[in-house]
Design a protein around this ligand. Structure first.
Ligand code: ATP
Ligand code: MG
Length: 757
């Protein structure tokens, strides 16, 4: 087809344009953050349609999140107008696989209305199997088995494909057996888990020639964003589909590979040229996103990694602020500080939707949330800690799932006694036995068992009432909208009443969540549509009118950009995570560093890093030292400040004392006998010698700071402190003290650093 290039193509730079116009044959776009990879991919999608090379329905385009798919759809719409109706095959691997599997479910022994179960259900199911087989689930936890099964599925392995070593991975050689039991059980439930979506589809494409041919015919063009984070099963799946036409274009950045813990293999991007000989490799070097300061900071940091291809990045933008590093006392102060900064930005006219707080771990969000609620700052949480995972929402969903599919035993177990109906474990056990003996689902068993004397009269009546309720709701499901249906159910089941009776703030939050669920359902015409949506949305990322600050994990922020980015919790043990430190390997530390690179490169105009001297982790106060990543950012591109009086100079003094202060601290046991001042002081200083030094060798743990003997101290006690001298305890909160020192005034300290005077 010959077609004049539209004006919007001219706005791309030459390599981007090349990627767009090279429509035939394999293309690999390999480039750093913010260089316009996704922009080029979007333009390519638009161009394929605009130039009539393919209908929107003939393009398979894989994005990393549902949100990214939505944005791409909008963007393409803006470029070529309503010509782009639909695009059914634009979405995440999971969404696309689920869509395919609905059509071919029978080929893997499922019915088309199969349920997609989530992690929680998965764990419960596995635990049942473990216990039923007489294994101790404390010794062999369901979580461990779930981890193995996910790993196998990510690698495209079914139970029959496991080798001896993999089989050993669970319960001394029972891996394969339990994997098989689990798959059988899922089939019996007409269900599959997330990993199955891709594995089932892969198996279908491998075995059923005709199905494979249909899709190969259909997908004239295949495109994949964030290719560096595809796992083995996704890779195999793509390779099968793309093999005949070879019209596959993938884009990625090896420096942003951050999902190896979920089975992603950066090797996929490195072997692309081998799999698709003659692939055109396109590199982009101009960054359009960030200021030179941010870019230089990020590039310097990632330069510390050895396992990378290496690339050049430049920008035409100029000026910009250095990366700010702020040291604070503790978590609440960090949250206060972030809140203040954001309010200031707001006063200066910044749009809240252009502000993001990116955290390494989910536990970091609660303090921020508490603070933002307190000061009335609108925020939204995306990814990870999902709305649909909250207990009350899950309960409501279980009711709905049971209506859509009466054989959903997991859903039945979840709600059969929620709210409390006086049905005990014994009744459930009898019911289970009946269901097993007769080979029927629990709902059916409940109806039938009520015709017998198996259960006491009271339990029988209660159960029968429940079965009748469901029959009625199922009947009403045809007439009511999904939103009306869920409201009806929550009322009539007594669920709402149960929460109202609680009268706690927590319960009212739960009620709010449930009404929010009703609102969410208003967008769907049928219950089935809604449930499918719920199974697929990894994140509650619904568009919203109010401008809000975004809080999300760094992992979830991949591919996104914001004017202002706040990065709290840059402390050893938080980021890099304790787990990465404990594992100690170069590989896990380098992945953490890539994560840090992703975090900084989300920022367009300003990036603010925070670290706290004290952190409460799982209820325990621990002293922290700043993340090594802070020291790895080239000093020329950093502005440091601390809110801790006198701290900076102290910190610097200690830093200049030895090359590796951390090592000596780690050796000193116990912490109270340390001669060079306690760890919190060095951390409290909140800044570091401008000449970057290594904070610690990879793998050395910060945890040793946490082990400190406890003293029996009370308000009013006279105590002595190495630095501040003698004083009286004024406030005690856990192991945190506020002390009125005779000469130094009131200071906040940790109890293990004082002794009775
Ligand atoms: P990441 O690696 O973080 O996913 P990316 O390479 O996908 O980044 P994009 O998100 O596509 O980068 O683009 C980054 C920013 O640069 C966006 O705001 C985009 O609109 C802008 N941009 C991309 N290409 C151009 C261009 N040719 N001219 C001007 N701006 C551009
Ligand atoms: Mg991108």
């Amino acid at each position: 087809a010959t077609h004049d290039a539209p004006a919007w193509l001219a706005r791309l730079n030459p390599p981007q344009r090349e990627a767009v116009l090279t429509t035939e044959g394999p293309v690999l776009m390999l480039a750093g953050a913010g260089t316009g990879k996704t922009a080029a991919l979007t333009a390519r999608l638009a161009w394929l349609v605009e130039s009539r090379r393919a209908w929107p329905s003939e393009i398979l385009c894989v994005t990393f999140t549902n949100r990214a798919a939505r944005e791409m759809r909008e963007r393409v719409g803006q470029l070529i107008g309503p010509a782009v109706e639909g695009m059914p095959w634009l979405g995440t691997f999971h969404a696309i696989a689920a869509r395919m599997l609905r059509r071919h479910a029978e080929l893997v022994g499922l019915q088309p209305n199969y349920t997609i179960i989530d992690t929680d259900d998965q764990l419960r199911l596995l635990k049942q199997l473990i216990v039923a087989e007489g294994l101790d689930d404390k010794r062999w936890p369901a979580r461990q088995l779930a981890g193995c099964i996910d790993r196998w599925k990510n690698r495209g392995l079914g139970p029959a494909d496991l080798d001896a070593a993999e089989n050993e991975a669970y319960a001394n050689g029972k891996g394969q057996k339990f994997y098989q039991l689990y798959q059988d059980r899922l089939k019996a439930l007409n269900a599959c888990d997330f990993g199955d979506l891709l594995l089932h589809m892969l198996n279908i494409l491998r075995r059923e020639r005709e199905v494979l041919e249909t899709y190969r015919q259909r997908f004239k063009y295949i495109m994949v964003d964030e290719y560096q984070d595809t796992n083995q099963v996704q890779y195999l799946w793509l390779r099968l589909l793309a093999q005949s036409r070879q019209n596959i274009c993938v884009v990625g950045d090896d420096d942003q590979s951050i999902y190896s813990w979920r089975g992603a293999e950066v090797a996929n991007i490195l072997r692309f040229e081998k799999d698709f000989p003659g692939a055109k490799v396109i590199r982009l070097e101009q960054n359009y996103r960030s200021t030179p300061q941010i870019l230089a900071a990020a590039s310097g940091l990632i330069g510390e990694n050895s396992e990378r291809l290496g690339k050049t990045l430049w920008t035409e933008l100029n000026g910009g602020d250095k990366v700010r590093v702020i040291g604070v006392w503790d978590g609440p102060e960090e949250a206060r500080r972030v809140g203040e900064e954001i309010e200031r930005l707001e006063r200066e006219g910044a749009s809240l939707s252009q502000v993001a707080i990116l955290v390494r771990a989910q536990f970091q969000t609660r303090e921020l949330e508490d603070r933002f609620i307190q000061i009335g700052l609108a925020y939204k949480i995306i990814g990870g800690f999902r709305f649909y995972e909250r207990a009350e929402v899950r309960d409501a969903l279980a009711y709905l799932r049971l209506i859509a599919q009466p054989s959903d035993d997991l859903a039945f177990e979840r709600i059969y006694n929620t709210p409390k109906r006086g049905l005990g474990d014994k009744a459930l056990e009898r019911l289970h036995r009946y269901a097993r003996n007769h080979g029927v689902p629990l709902m059916r068993a409940a109806l039938e068992i009520c015709d017998t004397d198996e259960l006491a009269a009271r339990a029988r009546n209660t159960l029968l009432a429940l079965v009748r309720d469901f029959a009625r709701w199922r009947d009403e499901a045809g007439r009511l909208s999904p939103a009306e249906l869920v409201r009806t159910i929550l009322e009539e089941s007594g669920y709402t009443a149960m929460l109202q009776a609680e009268r706690s703030t927590e319960a009212s939050g739960r009620l709010e969540n449930l009404s929010e669920l009703g609102r969410a359902m208003e967008d769907y015409e049928t219950l089935g549509d809604f449930l499918e949506h719920v199974s697929l949305v990894m994140d509650n990322d619904a568009a919203d009118d109010v401008e809000k600050v975004t809080i999300m994990t760094i992992h979830a922020a991949k591919g996104l950009e914001f004017d202002q980015v706040f990065l709290p919790g840059w402390e050893e043990g938080v980021f890099p995570s304790q787990r990465a430190l404990d594992e100690g390997g170069m590989a896990s530390l380098e992945e953490e560093r890539r994560l840090a690179y992703v975090a900084i490169t989300r920022a367009r105009r300003r990036c603010t890093i925070l670290h706290a001297a004290n952190r409460r982790i799982y209820g325990q106060w621990t002293s922290s030292i700043p993340s090594r990543f802070i020291a790895e950012i080239p000093a020329d591109h950093v502005d440091s400040e601390t809110t801790l009086a006198g701290g900076a100079s102290l910190w610097r003094a200690q830093w200049s004392e030895r090359d590796d202060p951390f090592a000596s601290v780690a050796r000193a046991q116990p912490a109270r006998t340390m001669t060079r001042g306690p760890g919190w002081q060095r951390a409290a200083a909140g800044t570091y010698d401008p000449a970057p030094k290594r904070i610690a060798e990879p793998g050395r743990s910060a945890a040793s700071f946490a082990a400190k003997p406890r003293l029996d101290l009370r308000v009013g006690d006279r105590v002595f402190h190495e630095k501040f001298g003698t004083g009286t305890i004024a406030v005690q909160e856990g192991n945190k003290l506020e002390i009125d020192f005779d000469s130094a005034g009131r200071k906040r300290v940790i109890d293990s650093f004082v002794k009775p005077a």
